[in-house]
Design a protein around this ligand. Structure first.
Ligand code: ADP
Ligand code: MG
Length: 712
């Protein structure tokens, strides 16, 4: 190959420094390599021309030959736009620009033949194309046209600054000419022949300039496979390095705390899934490596007891343990839930949150450092630098999706100090880490996102749970719903009524909540009914007071915002009413619903909505009424929202794939993982001749962390 793919994009003929700047900023293209890896979103047929009178409301992209007969400026200030009248002898339509009007005005001429291309939409009885691709007919006729013309990702800025799809295609052509179309092969020969994958050069050529639909799909397959293969390879290598290099604290035995609890105090029989997961954790803790495990289990599956028993293993080996939860309410609940069990076992336990008093804090800090305190429960407050453990052996994070990766790594550094050679860089041995989540992530996705974690799943609910009945009701049926609530309360049950709270409209939501509260208070008057209310603007102590009243059964109704979404456990509550349910995401709805169905009684979830519902809202509501299975719900959620959103902002970058689609290309992912594992099993150091290409590519990827830079 004659050119270096790490060459800055500025050097490519036809790019230049201002275009290079735009490409860098808008598409993250810094080098030739980045440009080659800019894959088309889709392909369109440029051999077909439409007439204006043939246009249909649902036409996707169309190209039309015609002339501009006039320009006008419409609207003012921000609404200002440039409108060109465009005619082709069969009809009239409009071309519209909201931005870059000056630039357009200077370049386009009236009564000249152009080919315009873009998405035609009908508006006010006339078709228009906003920000069309416009080309002189004369130039257009000189170009090669294909039935499979690639459409590259773009941004408004690029389009406005004249880097149209056509320009991108030209730049791409230039790069292929300069390189002679020859690119270094990145997959081993034997793997390629086994899987019938086309060569890298042929794949790159055909993805950018497809010769036929068949070659295009083979090109896409090969590139998707490659992308997923190297991601999996890196994750597996990272995981192996972790296991061999990062020494774990030795938990040699299962001792008295665990055994006494297990034999004498366990309040129920563990489910098979809980037992299996405990075994997996035990195996990790007993090995020489540091545990780094994700525990997935649907709401109510009983993760807390697994967490507690894991902490007992730490204590049995003379170590301390901590459990961190995302909210104060949840921390307090964990603390209260574990307090009695700890008392019976003579274990010291404390809670540390944002509202802990200074004097308490001081005591806790001291007791942690001198080792008197064995278990610490708390919120982010645990992460503060002042909080130092004498010998933290196990750190557990509950509802981990609420925390970021940074927080997980902070816990790492809370481990005991050790002789430098056996430690993790700065002289501490990291504690074993268990992160728990009730946001079910389809396993394959979890594998790719949390590839550096081992995964355990509790896929079984405790026995005797009745599945929750979920219904959707419109606001106008509220009276019936209230009657139902009254019936349930008369049977001794308790009810949650939850209102949405979304940051941007916090004030309005607060008003909704208060209005709702007042109307509920009218329909459920004191002294017969007692109502708790909990929302984000209350002081922690007041929240806690109200929570406690509900937990103790002093109030029958809990009116709340989503602060109760996570982990709250009141088994006697059997009805969950979700107001404005259309405004919640699926996983949130599922989490909220999980607050009921925790006791032996039949539980209900009622989703209240207004009449107008978007298609997505309808899908969400239907999914909720159809199934209780968190994993099934997660799959739908994934389809509706895409993976980035599900993982939260912290993790979204992880799925920044160039060509593969983590959901649609799941089969390829499985294949890729299988082969990556296979290669590493037979040749862990990638020393075999056949695997040189893998090693080299791997080195390149880790050196130029452009697309795979999330792997630290
Ligand atoms: P989550 O996984 O959502 O955190 P919890 O740990 O809060 O669930 O458990 C939910 C409820 O189920 C609690 O009341 C807990 O005591 C109970 N529970 C957990 N495991 C079992 C079991 N094996 N048998 C019966 N009840 C259980
Ligand atoms: Mg929980």
């Amino acid at each position: 190959m004659s050119i270096n793919l790490q060459t800055p994009i500025d050097y490519l003929k036809g790019v230049g420094s201002s275009r290079a700047d735009l490409l860098r900023k808008e598409l993250g293209i810094h080098t030739y390599q980045d440009l080659i890896n800019l894959f088309p979103n889709r392909y369109i047929d440029r051999t077909r021309y439409y007439k204006i009178n043939e246009l249909q409301p649902n036409n996707a992209d169309v190209q039309i030959i015609g002339k501009i007969t006039g320009f006008k400026e419409v609207g003012q200030k921000r609404g200002k736009r440039l409108v060109a009248t465009f005619q082709d002898g069969t009809g009239v339509m409009e071309l519209v620009w909201f931005r870059g009007q000056k630039w357009i005005r200077e370049r386009l001429k009236a009564n000249t033949s152009y080919v315009v291309f873009g998405k035609a939409t009908a508006f006010g009885g006339k078709y228009n194309i906003a920000h069309p691709d416009v080309e002189l007919l004369e130039d257009h006729e000189k170009n090669l046209r294909s039935a499979l013309q690639p459409i590259y990702p773009s941004t408004e800025k690029l389009a406005n600054r004249g880097i149209s799809n056509r320009v991108l295609s030209k730049i791409m052509q230039q790069l292929f000419m300069d390189s002679g179309g020859k690119f270094t092969e990145t997959l081993p020969e034997n793997l390629r022949s086994e899987l019938k994958l086309i060569s890298k050069s042929s794949a790159l050529f055909n993805v950018h300039f497809p010769k036929s639909p068949e070659l295009l799909s083979r090109a896409q397959f090969r590139l998707k496979f490659e992308e997923l293969f190297y991601i999996q390879l890196q994750l597996i290598i990272k995981n192996r390095i972790h296991k061999s290099k990062i020494k774990g604290l030795p938990f040699e035995k299962v001792g008295d705390y665990f055994n006494t609890f297990f034999k004498e105090q366990l309040p129920f029989d563990l489910t098979g899934a809980q037992k299996r997961v405990l075994k997996e954790i035990r195996a990790d803790l007993g090995s020489n490596a540091q545990m780094n495990r994700l525990l997935q289990g649907d709401v109510g599956s009983g993760k807390t007891i697994v967490a507690f028993m894991s902490m007992l293993m730490a204590l049995d080996n003379g170590f301390q343990a901590c459990l961190m939860a995302p909210t104060e309410i949840l921390s307090v609940q964990h603390y209260n839930g574990l307090l009695d069990m700890c008392k019976n076992l003579n274990i010291s336990i404390s809670i540390l949150t944002g509202s802990s008093k200074t004097s308490e804090r001081r005591k806790i800090h001291e007791a942690l450092e001198n080792g008197e305190l064995q278990i610490l429960i708390g919120t982010h407050a645990i992460l503060e630098d002042k909080v130092k453990f004498q010998n933290l052996g196990l750190a557990i994070i509950d509802e981990q999706h609420r925390f970021g990766v940074a927080q997980r790594s902070k816990l790492w550094r809370k481990g005991p100090t050790s002789p430098p050679q056996s430690s993790h860089g700065d002289g501490t041995i990291p504690p074993h880490i268990l992160v728990m989540t009730a946001t079910p992530i389809p396993r394959t996705l979890a594998m790719s996102v949390y590839g550096d974690l081992d995964i355990s799943v509790i896929d079984e609910l405790p026995p005797g749970r009745k599945s929750i009945k979920t219904v959707h009701r419109y606001d106008k049926n509220r009276l019936n719903v209230f009657r139902f609530i009254r019936d349930e309360i008369s049977k001794g049950r308790q009810v949650y009524i939850v209102y949405p709270l979304i940051q941007e409209s916090e004030k309005m939501d607060y008003k909704d909540l208060m209005d709702g509260y007042e109307s509920i208070a009218r329909d459920f008057p004191m002294p017969e009914y007692q109502i708790s209310i909990v929302h984000g603007q209350m002081k922690p102590a007041d929240k806690e007071f109200e929570m406690q009243r509900f937990i103790k059964g002093e109030t029958q109704i809990m009116v709340a915002t989503t602060v109760i979404e996570v982990g709250v456990n009141v088994p006697n509550a059997s009805v969950m009413i979700i107001e404005s349910a259309e405004r919640f995401g699926l996983s949130q709805l599922h989490q909220l619903r999980g607050r009921v169905g925790r006791g032996a009684e039949q539980s209900y979830c009622i989703l209240m909505t207004g009449h107008k519902l978007s298609a997505d809202s309808k899908t969400r509501l239907e999914t909720m009424t159809k199934t209780n299975d968190g994993f099934e719900i997660a799959e739908v959620d994934l389809r509706l929202r895409g993976p980035g959103d599900i993982m939260g902002t912290q993790q979204s970058g992880v799925l920044n794939l160039k060509i593969a689609d983590i959901i649609k290309d799941n089969d390829i992912l499985q294949h890729a993982r299988y082969h990556a594992k296979n290669i590493l099993n037979t040749d862990p150091k990638l020393e075999l001749h056949d695997h040189h290409v893998v090693l080299n590519t791997y080195k390149q990827l880790t050196k130029f962390k452009n697309i795979w830079n999330y792997i630290s």
